[in-house]
Design a protein around this ligand. Structure first.
Ligand SMILES: [Zn+2]
Length: 103
């Protein structure tokens, strides 16, 4: 069954990764149409994400909508006060300039 349609392949791939991390079996459809862009209506060639199991729909929808987080993984990226670069939450110093994270 179809879960959702992604605006582009990059986002679709990202969503697939998130779903697979949650052990949801899913498939990417319509990728092959991207090469034919321009010959068919744009809304016909967006990548679609399909679920293998209907029971995963609720969780999958929440993951896609960004309202679901793995426990302990909800930390956000942080912005360096010194150089303005963004770093992943697991780093305590800026990866670019080495400044300590401003807590
Ligand atoms: Zn910095």
């Amino acid at each position: 069954m179809r879960l959702t349609r992604a605006p582009n392949l990059l986002i679709a791939q990202h969503w697939i990764n998130l779903l697979e991390q949650a052990h949801i079996r899913c498939e990417l459809h319509n990728q092959y149409l991207l090469g034919a862009m321009g010959e068919i209506p744009a809304d016909q060639c967006s990548p679609e994400i399909w679920l293998e199991r209907e029971g995963d729909l609720d969780l999958a929808t929440r993951i896609i909508n960004g309202t679901w987080h793995e426990p302990g993984q909800s930390a956000a990226q942080w912005c360096c006060a010194s150089c303005g670069e963004w770093s992943e939450p697991q780093f305590t110093v800026c990866w670019q300039c080495g400044a300590a994270k401003d807590e």
